[in-house]
Design a protein around this ligand. Structure first.
Ligand SMILES: [Zn+2]
Ligand SMILES: [Zn+2]
Length: 264
């Protein structure tokens, strides 16, 4: 890569949660070049949604268009990487493995991720999470998140895992307060991290939390430090959904590399 640091988690209008007139590859490339930082586009790739929703950017095999559009740019810019944030489904491991077989070599980077396990209720949408909490006890939602994350790691489908404890994006003391019977101990997140270490999986240090009331990375600085001392491998991502997100995160990304003691 051309530059010293890399932001591994950038979303463009190839991601289903960004509108068609949202940021493009080129919008980010301009800034990355000026700020001297490598960027990896990590678009949402959700099998369930891609099959059902015609408005999903990857609907009907469009991943090949994504790769083609990217290839043209890659010839010109030596600081961009193609990637996907690939949603894990515990009942679709075979298809996910097949997908990895077909596309792992075509892409520079794939991160495994967990946003929703009850379809249409992603825990990374505040509105949807509140709806989910009307049906399912908070304790159960948190327990399910950790159980299914463990399955995702143990499936060994992925070499990289995104935002290990993103269940706390909204469930935390500064936002939707955790109920008394919930286990929100650091130990739980540490154990997921240790499972990554054991399976030689890199862990994301995801900076998106600074855009929410929780105002900390996923996982927290303390947990990252502890895991680092146990030889965890990290990559750093801003999880930008706009060029403003990206611009605001650049110094944080660079600082994170220094804090974690990694040179890319
Ligand atoms: Zn995500
Ligand atoms: Zn993301």
């Amino acid at each position: 890569m051309k530059f010293e640091f890399t932001d591994y988690h950038i979303h463009t209008n190839w991601s289903s949660d960004i509108s068609i007139d949202g940021p493009s590859f080129n919008d980010y490339i301009k800034i990355a070049e000026a700020e001297e930082i490598n960027i990896c586009f990590l678009e949402h790739y959700e099998l369930y949604n891609i099959e059902r929703d015609k408005s999903d950017p990857f609907y009907n095999g469009k991943i090949d268009d994504y790769l083609e559009e990217f290839d043209d740019l890659k010839g010109t810019y030596k600081f961009i990487l193609s990637g996907l944030e690939l949603e894990y489904y515990r009942d679709r491991e075979t298809e996910l493995l097949e997908f990895m077989d077909d596309y792992e070599k075509e892409l520079d980077f794939i991160g495994g991720t967990l946003h929703e396990w009850i379809y249409h209720y992603p825990i990374t949408s505040r509105t949807k999470l509140l709806q989910l909490l009307e049906k399912v006890q908070m304790k159960q939602v948190i327990d399910d998140y950790f159980d299914i994350s463990r399955m995702m790691i143990e499936s060994k489908i992925f070499k990289n895992i995104c935002h290990l404890d993103t269940i706390y994006r909204y469930i935390n003391e500064h936002d939707i307060k955790p109920e008394e019977n919930c286990d929100i101990s650091d130990e739980r997140v540490l154990n997921l991290g240790r499972l990554c270490i054991k399976n030689k999986i890199s862990i994301e240090y995801n900076l998106s939390g600074f855009r929410f009331p929780i105002s900390r990375p996923f996982p927290s600085k303390e947990i990252a430090k502890k895991l680092k001392s146990e030889r965890a491998k990290f990559f750093v991502g801003s999880d930008s959904h706009s060029v403003e997100n990206f611009q605001e995160s650049i110094s944080k990304v660079k600082n994170a590399y220094e804090f974690l003691g990694i040179i890319d």
